[in-house]
Ligand binder design. Structure first.
Ligand code: GCO
Ligand code: MG
Length: 404
């Protein structure tokens, strides 16, 4: 079926989302998520100005050719803006194929390889006491895996926590200019094992425990953290050190058996190749919206499978329900599935995006609706116009910029 139009919807129901909607000559529509937190309008423009005109007239069923056309044909390859745009097109075309054939996308990918998708929730607190209450809530609501983050004593603000007074809003991207946080690694390295000890002491070892370091440590500091967390049998420590210098992960690996998860900011299979093929990580966190869509992420997951690396797709609230659904369809089918991040979406996102995925007993399921199973209400979207929003940045005590 020929594509007759491709439109970009930018909306901010709680956070900014960029959604591509492709329509075919028969009036079938497909959705793709092109959100790049804090840089949303760059992708919207890339799509509107440079990609949408290329889509009109193309056969919506030629998903592979369209991917290659946009990737090889651009001359400028890779990068978050390009790959988020290609991802949105790819997901929208899978959505259309599902609707045209009456099949959920996971069926088109070969069908389910498991009954459900193991999810981890995000527990947090301004103190260890508050964190423990939050963990209790997650375990009571059926979660079998929980990521824990708590305010580090000595630092005025710790990422990954709801700010006091903002309610249950995780990592709010709420400032028209980025807030500046202070970071001090020694305080964090002292505190992290204490936090894990408190969690294991109260709740035991019958659930998976995860933690996100958010690229804050040097490779040697990351190794120290990994060693100090070994007694608490972590499911993973995420992004312990920035992944530009991938060889540095070898040092980390030589010192600790705490599993490592990396890849939420990766855009392509090439970003993942070294860490995977050298077995320097245990989980690959790439997502369908930032790493080239369902088609490309499937290749990344297959590469990972060759080396015993399992999947752990990024599922933060700044990825829209469209890409979250895309991840669930893929998660259900791949042999090396590990876990899926599940942060949920802030209200009023559910007014804008109607979803068919479900959560029960710690497992997610994408549902059986044809395609991805997500629809957008454009009138509702128009009620929540784009607002410039940034995540905070970090500085050390002397004012130096530090990694996110
Ligand atoms: C996660 C991520 C998020 C990111 C966010 C940035 O593990 O969920 O680290 O918390 O900070 O997706 O846009
Ligand atoms: Mg993360």
């Amino acid at each position: 079926m020929r594509i007759t139009s491709a439109d970009v919807v930018v909306t901010s129901p709680g956070r900014n989302y960029v959604t591509l909607k492709i329509t075919t000559e028969d009036g079938v529509t497909g959705l793709g998520d092109a959100t790049l937190n804090g840089r949303e309008l760059a992708v919207a423009s890339y799509l509107r100005d440079h990609v949408c005109p290329l889509l009109v007239g193309r056969d919506s069923g030629r998903i592979n050719d369209t991917w290659q056309y946009l990737y090889r044909g651009a001359y400028w390859r890779r990068g978050p803006v390009t790959m988020a745009s290609i991802a949105a097109v790819d997901c929208a075309l899978w959505d259309i194929l599902g609707k045209v054939t009456g099949q959920p996308v996971h069926q088109l990918l070969g069908g389910a390889a498991r009954e459900g998708v193991l999810a981890y929730g995000h527990a947090s607190g301004q103190s260890i006491g508050e964190l423990l209450e939050d963990v209790a809530g997650f375990l009571d609501s059926g979660y079998r895996a929980v990521r824990v983050q708590a305010s580090v004593p000595g630092l005025d603000d710790t990422y990954g926590l709801p700010r006091p007074g903002t309610g249950p809003v995780y990592e709010p991207a709420d400032a028209s200019l980025p807030a500046e946080h202070r970071w001090h690694t020694p305080d964090y390295l002292d505190f992290a094992p204490e936090m894990m000890a408190a969690v294991r002491e109260r709740f035991g070892y019958g659930f998976h425990l995860l933690h996100d370091v958010h690229h804050r440590l040097s490779p040697l500091e990351a190794a120290q953290l990994g060693k100090s967390l070994e007694p608490y049998r972590m499911f993973w420590m995420e992004d312990p050190t920035p992944a530009e210098d991938q060889e540095a992960f070898r040092l980390l690996r030589q010192h600790t058996t705490t599993p490592v998860a990396v890849g939420e900011i990766f855009n392509s299979i090439w970003d993942c190749q070294y860490l995977i093929s050298e077995r320097l990580i245990d989980y690959i966190r790439a997502s369908p919206s930032h790493a080239g869509g369902i088609s490309h992420l499937r290749r990344i997951f297959d590469l990972a499978d060759l080396y015993g690396v399992r999947t752990g797709a990024h599922g933060a609230g700044d990825l829209s329900p469209v890409s979250f659904a895309a991840a669930l369809h893929l998660d259900l089918t791949v042999p090396n599935f590990g876990i899926q991040e599940y942060m949920g979406h802030q209200e009023p996102a559910s007014e804008v995006f109607r979803t068919s995925y479900t959560f029960e007993d710690g497992y997610l399921h994408p549902g059986q609706a044809p395609g991805l199973g997500v629809e957008i209400d454009e009138e509702a979207a128009a009620r929540y116009p784009y607002e410039r929003k940034y995540l905070p940045v970090n500085r050390l005590a002397d004012g130096s910029m530090h990694d996110w």
